[in-house]
Design a protein around this ligand. Sequence first.
Ligand SMILES: NCc1[nH]cc(CCC(=O)O)c1CC(=O)O
Length: 311
Amino acid sequence: MTQMPDPQNPLRIGTRGSALALAQAHETRDRLMAAHGLPEAAFQIVVIKTTGDRVLDRALKDIGGKGLFTREIEDALLAGDIDIAVHSMKDMPTLQPEGLVIDCYLPREDVRDAFVSTLYAGISELPQGAVVGSSSLRRRAQLAARRPDLHLVEFRGNVQTRLKKLEEGVAVATFLAMAGLSRLGMSQIVRQAISPDEMLPAVAQGCIGVERRAEDASAAALLAPIADSESGLRVVAERAFLARLDGSCQTPIAGLALLQGDRLILRGEILRPDGSEVIASLREGLARDGAAMGLDLANELRGRAPADFFA
Ligand SMILES: NCc1[nH]cc(CCC(=O)O)c1CC(=O)O
């Protein structure tokens, strides 16, 4: 029997405290309320501060990369201090700790990157040598590949911090995920939505995943009706691709799966950080074979990469 949460015994939803993380936790809660006819009081949002939230003055790749935004939340889940955890799948390590699983993916938001600038309408409008802010290894490499003349500067912090830096003139443009802006109700600041053909998004961009304890049958049953199977098929393929490449988080990697009926098309790309080399390819096959396609695509890219590529 599924233990239904109620106001006396609410389901504790763990999340980071950023505006985006909270919006994602609220979206998850709202979907659970609708799916089960439960009141808001049957849920409790538990905010957990992570190392990645604390350290703002250094580039992520210098302080240990991805797990930084998730470790404390996963510890709370394992300790039983929360019942489920809501994540941006883009920020999740490809492997979950022993005892935890993610098998609930919400319907995916817009996967594209957004060009944001108060001065210019799009990438091609940027003048020669313009200063562009981004802390994303992938976006920096993709931009450098296309526009080697641009000056890229480190740009960390949440959306509000980055917009403030634009106002202060630290850079004339930046890139953010369309999904995050949409969830924050800030889509109006987007000057250009960039087609995946021009800038292949990060693996799992725009996808919210819900993590739980593997043996927690109650949580599994609660989450099942809000899980989006198409989202799951796509993200599983993309993350299998990433997992096979992720020796270090110093290599710019992009990947995107699209579904056409029962078929899945997976595109992947690896770049040198300075954009001087881009290696890309794709696979097409049955959607249920996505994980194998991801692995196979990664093997091809690895095989084509020069020996020093992942250095
Ligand atoms: N790395 C931070 C991060 N993680 C997820 C999103 C956006 C939402 C998403 O892609 O699901 C963002 C911000 C951004 O890239 O603009």
